[in-house]
Design a protein. Structure first.
Length: 387
């Protein structure tokens, strides 16, 4: 792991976990280093936490570029207050119309942090049953003046007047989830319990833990899930005992036992000072390079790993499944016999279309990824049970 990524781990461990580890020295904290540190932390959506550690440890003095950390702290606090207002408003609407709901992800995990605003989120995720989905979405839009933007495979996206998206899920199924993961997640409401006297529910500990691991695995498979989920995991483990028979049973059913063990181990290495294993060293490099949603290289590596090699990956991008093809050529929904013709049209578009230079560049970059790097990723995915 490069020095900047190491500094990110050291700083958030110091600020959130109370880790007594060495921090960057004042003479190391140059203008250029501060910029690199901010960019790396921002890629993992933890620049505000790193910034707080920088400020609290007086590392920013005399470093002009370090001002971005203070700005990030202020903007994060402002966004947090807006998100809290939206969560409270949406919850009140759901309570008023009598729709059971389960807040997800950051809305729950924020309670584990020293200060709730430290746990950021891109949007607000709430689970309702599919039968109540339209009722809930319409009530939120009509009562609060929010805008329903569209329905996806597992949720309806609603834009608040504050510019914050509310993702109203009717399923916890993750995109590209394995059949085993999907089967466990489909039973979410069977693992829900009421909170207080209203219509708010929460997942039981076993399902909450499984969902967190499954969401990490989803992003990991695509090229990276970032450092923050490992910080979440460490805080979860410190808050209560998740190492129960119920949790183990769900992980086993979802075929995530090995991935969960590796993720737990890496979080302990980073924030409890445990020793690395061969797997955590590979995992650490993959996570640090990928950021929250994967870098160009880690996304390429993941895609090659999933396809079974470089050539198979290129072929899979040329010859796409029918369900994807009909999104580009809707006519084949009615006239499926036109599928071969549409495939030929698509190949010509790939070769001679407006984005041909981009595709050529992609293949060149793909060819430049070292074979040993691909071997490491193949070994990593196999070791954590995601190959």
């Amino acid at each position: 792991m490069d020095r900047v990524s190491q500094a990110v781990i050291e700083l958030i461990g110091n600020e959130v976990c109370g880790c007594k580890r060495s921090l960057p020295e004042r003479d190391e904290f140059t203008n250029d280093f501060a910029i690199e540190l901010y960019n790396k932390a921002q890629a993992h959506d933890i620049a505000h936490i790193v910034g707080l550690a920088v400020v609290n440890n007086n590392l920013a003095q005399g470093v002009p570029s370090a001002g971005v950390f203070r700005d990030k702290i202020y903007s994060t606090c402002f966004r947090y207050e807006n998100m809290e207002y939206v969560i409270e408003s949406v919850s009140r609407v759901l309570e008023d119309i009598g729709v059971p709901y389960i807040p997800l992800k950051g809305a729950v995990l924020k309670k584990l942090y020293p200060q709730p605003w430290m746990r950021t989120g891109c949007d607000i995720d709430i689970l309702v049953s599919e039968k109540n989905l339209e009722k809930a979405a319409n009530a939120i839009a009509d009562t609060l003046g929010y805008t329903v933007k569209g329905k996806g495979k597992h949720d309806i996206s609603i834009l608040s007047t504050q510019g914050i998206y509310v993702e109203l899920h009717f399923s916890l199924l993750e995109e590209d989830a394995s059949p085993e993961m999907a089967k466990v997640l489909s039973k979410a409401w069977e693992h829900a319990k009421t909170v207080g006297d209203g219509f708010r529910y929460e997942l039981d500990d076993a399902m909450f833990y499984f969902y967190h691991i499954a969401h990490m695995a989803k992003h990991f498979i695509k090229g990276g899930c970032g450092i923050r989920p490992f910080l979440d995991l460490w805080l979860m483990e410190k808050s209560k005992n998740y190492d129960t028979q119920e949790t183990k049973a769900l992980l086993k059913k979802g075929k995530l036992t090995d991935f969960a063990a590796a993720a737990r181990k890496l979080s302990a290495v980073w924030f409890s000072g445990e020793e690395h294993s061969k797997v955590t060293l590979l995992m650490q490099d993959f996570i640090a390079d990928g950021g929250n949603f994967g870098s160009k290289e880690t996304i390429m590596l993941s895609a090659q790993q999933k396809a079974g090699g470089r050539i198979k990956h290129i072929l899979s991008r040329i010859f796409i499944p029918y369900d994807d093809l009909k999104g580009q050529y809707p006519i084949i929904k009615k006239y499926r016999f036109l599928t071969p013709l549409c495939e030929i049209c698509r190949i010509f578009t790939l070769l001679f279309g407006k984005r041909k230079n981009f595709r050529k560049s992609y293949i060149e970059k793909l060819s430049n990824v070292p074979e040993e790097r691909l071997d490491d990723v193949n070994s990593l995915f196999e070791s954590v049970g995601l190959s």
